[in-house]
Design a protein around this ligand. Structure first.
Ligand code: ZN
Length: 137
């Protein structure tokens, strides 16, 4: 794994949280993006070399909606950047980690993503993400 790519925070209201976090960081978010596959709208802030991802549910089917129902707003996941997501999935499955999805899917911010189940990581939802290579940016 290369580094912590971002920390994901589940929020009820993206608009007001965007304003709050802009005050916190002294800088507005640099992008907002709907992720259809997850039924969420995300908002990204840069903090030095790190990123914070705010996630708001777009429907009751969204895992963010279910998370907030169960646990209220708060830290939802920690995302680690990897060079080769398929290699890491294979490696971690052999180590006994349980994946929520072991077929990577397209997430926000031009990434392939997959999630390790919190029950195999001390209650922490872990996201692996890999930059999609064709990204020109
Ligand atoms: Zn994330």
């Amino acid at each position: 794994m290369i580094k912590i790519e971002h920390i994901g925070i589940a929020v009820k209201d993206l608009e007001s949280t965007n304003e709050l976090y802009a005050k916190l960081f002294g800088e507005s978010h640099y992008k907002e993006e709907k992720v259809e596959s997850e039924n969420v709208t995300t908002s990204f802030f840069r903090v030095g070399t790190n990123k914070i991802e705010l996630l708001q549910a777009d429907s009751e089917e969204s895992s963010i909606h279910k998370f907030i129902e169960r646990k209220k707003e708060g830290v939802h996941h920690i995302a680690f950047l990897v060079e080769d997501i398929y290699y890491e999935i294979d490696r971690l499955k052999k180590e006994g980690f349980i994946f929520i999805n072991d077929q990577p899917k397209e997430g926000a911010d031009n990434k392939l993503i997959c999630f390790i189940h919190p029950k195999s990581a001390n209650g922490v939802l872990i996201e692996l993400c890999q930059q999609i290579k064709s990204d020109p940016s």
